[in-house]
Design a protein around this ligand. Structure first.
Ligand code: PCA
Length: 175
């Protein structure tokens, strides 16, 4: 099975992005891709990688300011909105990502069992119903358009790196 794992570069005045650190640490046999925090460029870079690697599964990661648990995202919403600009300075104002697509796309991967498995292993994980309307949601929407076998994992900014790595390793092992 070909697995593509993505993470994001720093954004919003942060010097680092925990998703990038986790990506660097992954030792499994996966294709790794670092994405720009750009509504326009991130999907372009993802699409090039999909064409090149033809992945069976796409696991995308990003940093969140919310909560203290890793969030397995169930849905991507067909909307972009942001008070702050992306790394290109672009500020979408309630823009549909794709007018012909449904308002939301749902992963076909088993988020609840995956989450239960992480919790059983003592890892702080929850299922989330919204990845927000910023670039993480944008990239999850793009991944789900290509394949429902996609999952977005949101990692809290201040989470212990070892725990974050374990959650990703755990998810990769369950695929
Ligand atoms: N987090 C942002 C975009 C990049 C990232 O790591 C988000 O939650 O949309």
């Amino acid at each position: 099975m070909r697995i593509l794992v993505t993470a994001f570069e720093p954004f919003g005045g942060n010097d680092t992005n925990i998703s990038q650190k986790v990506l660097d640490a992954i030792q499994a046999d996966v294709t790794k891709l670092l994405l720009p925090v750009s509504f326009r460029r991130a999907p372009e870079v993802l699409n090039e990688a999909i064409t090149q690697f033809q992945p069976d599964v796409i696991i995308s990661m990003g940093q969140t300011a919310e909560g203290d648990k890793i969030r397995l995202e169930r849905l991507a919403i067909n909307l972009m909105d942001s008070a702050k600009g992306d790394n290109d300075g672009y500020i979408p104002d309630e823009e549909l990502i794709c007018p012909e697509a449904p308002l939301a796309l749902k992963t076909a991967l088993p988020v609840k069992p995956l989450c239960a498995d992480c919790i059983n292993a003592g890892l702080p994980t929850i299922v989330s119903n919204s990845a927000g309307l910023y670039v993480c949601n944008r990239i999850y929407f793009e991944a789900l358009r290509h394949s429902p076998n996609s999952l977005f994992v949101h990692i809290p900014k201040n989470m212990d790196l070892e725990i974050a790595k374990q959650v990703i390793n755990h998810v990769l092992k369950q695929l």
